[in-house]
Design a protein around this ligand. Structure first.
Ligand SMILES: Cc1cc2nc3c(=O)[nH]c(=O)nc-3n(C[C@H](O)[C@H](O)[C@H](O)COP(=O)(O)OP(=O)(O)OC[C@H]3O[C@@H](n4cnc5c(N)ncnc54)[C@H](O)[C@@H]3O)c2cc1C
Length: 381
């Protein structure tokens, strides 16, 4: 598979944007645990955000593959900053797939322009991988939902203008997969409170928050999709966003590999540079081969999705393998820096810390393997 010339141009432009806008400030953002949102707005102005939103709703109408390609380049330059920009539109996939025509026209055009940011709150203190354990309640009262509960580890919880909330609308339903719904709330609604979480291991530039939702009154017309179908809509959503997370893993790996190559070409030992040693070249060979394999997986899974041939097992393979590759490659890249990696080289240390998240959010590696296994067993050989 080869990218089209338009896709290659997107890759080049995304890399140039990231290098020009945040490469030199990545350390500062990591240390301060914050990001400069003016950069994210410039990314919107330059057409890098919400590219998958259809033209009739103000987007570029590109595929999920293009969004993933941009994500890879941003993460290659810096994962924390990349996540701060890429997550601006996190949740608009749900509105586009399940929103009414009115909702799509009302909300989606505001996202790629940078006027409004959207986010998605699913996880709770006692409900992560098993979303059927969610307790947040959205009780229908006339033409409103009354929302009460708490959410945990929510990306952009303190910054987003719109928050999609995964909540129980039918607690008496026997089937736990049919109890929840997805409701879009304006974060200026009284009762919405976000508290920033400090001290993350990685992607520290990205905002993460704990939410307290207390008697929030949200118009019933803000239900996205159907009442009781939230779980199924969420699975559809993850089939799109997991491609982007796979691209994150490839990006952080590629960036770490490039740092490692640059170091071993300069570092002198055993009568030459480290790069001349076969043992070192073997390491680089293994790193780059895994990166190519991970990239091929997400290119194919995203391409199939864009061509109406959804393959959840392949998407989970792409996400799992990219996370595995990210952790492996950043570990080896730090190793190749030796003591300087452990002590002085902040960039490789940051990439090493950043990589781990790819194995955790939007379906941990164990959840991805569970999807692959169950899909495999459905197939007849
Ligand atoms: C930086 C960051 C940003 C995030 N952003 C968001 C966000 O924007 N919105 C949101 O809703 N959530 C967000 N999350 C939450 C994230 O999606 C969850 O952390 C993730 O789904 C795992 O849930 P958990 O942390 O509760 O772990 P648990 O579900 O408690 O899992 C703990 C461990 O048990 C394993 N495990 C669980 N079930 C099984 C099983 N059946 N078989 C084998 N192993 C299993 C898991 O793989 C994991 O290793 C974010 C998390 C982080 C760290």
């Amino acid at each position: 598979m080869e990218l089209t010339s338009e896709q290659k141009d997107i890759v080049k432009a995304a890399r140039e944007f990231a290098e020009g806008e945040f490469k030199d400030r990545a350390k500062e953002f990591d240390e301060k645990e914050e990001f400069d949102l003016a950069i994210a707005k410039r990314a919107c102005e330059n057409g890098f955000v919400g590219t998958f939103i259809k033209e009739e709703y103000g987007g570029a109408g590109l595929g999920f593959l293009e969004h993933s390609l941009i994500t890879e380049q941003f993460w290659r330059v810096d994962p924390g900053c990349g996540q701060s920009v890429n997550s601006w539109s996190f949740g608009s996939e749900m509105v586009q797939a399940f929103g009414t025509e009115e909702q799509k026209k009302k909300y989606l055009p505001l996202i790629p322009t940078g006027e409004k940011m959207i986010a998605f709150a699913i996880t709770e203190p006692d409900a992560g991988s098993d979303v059927t354990m969610v307790k947040t309640r959205a009780e229908k009262k006339g033409d409103k939902y009354l929302i009460n509960g708490s959410k945990m580890f929510i990306t952009n919880g303190c910054l987003a203008d719109f928050m999609l909330i995964y909540a129980i609308t039918d607690p008496d339903e026997k089937d736990p997969h049919k109890r929840a719904s997805i409701i879009l709330a304006d974060t200026s609604t009284p009762g919405y409170e976000a508290t920033k979480i400090h001290g993350k291991m990685g992607i520290r530039a990205s905002n993460t928050a704990e939410l307290s939702l207390s008697n929030m009154e949200v118009p019933a017309e803000n239900l996205i999709g159907q009442e009781g179908r939230g779980f199924y809509q969420l699975m559809d959503f993850f089939n799109k966003t997991r491609n982007h997370v796979a691209a994150q893993g490839v990006g952080v790996s590629q960036g770490a590999l490039e740092m490692a190559i640059s170091h071993v070409k300069k570092r002198k030992a055993f009568g030459g540079t480290l790069s001349k040693l076969q043992g070192i070249q073997f390491k680089l060979a293994e790193m780059v081969t895994r990166i190519e394999a991970a990239r091929s997986l997400y290119w194919r899974s995203a391409w199939l999705l864009d061509h109406g041939k959804l393959d959840p097992a392949l998407i989970s393979m792409a996400k799992w393998y990219a996370g595995d590759t990210a952790v492996y490659v950043t570990n080896e890249a730090l190793q190749l820096h030796g003591g300087y990696g452990y002590i002085a080289e902040y960039d490789i240390q940051r990439f090493y810390r950043d990589a781990k998240i790819v194995e955790i959010y939007e379906g941990s590696r164990e959840v991805e393997k569970a999807v692959i296994g169950s899909e495999l067993l459905k197939r007849v050989f």
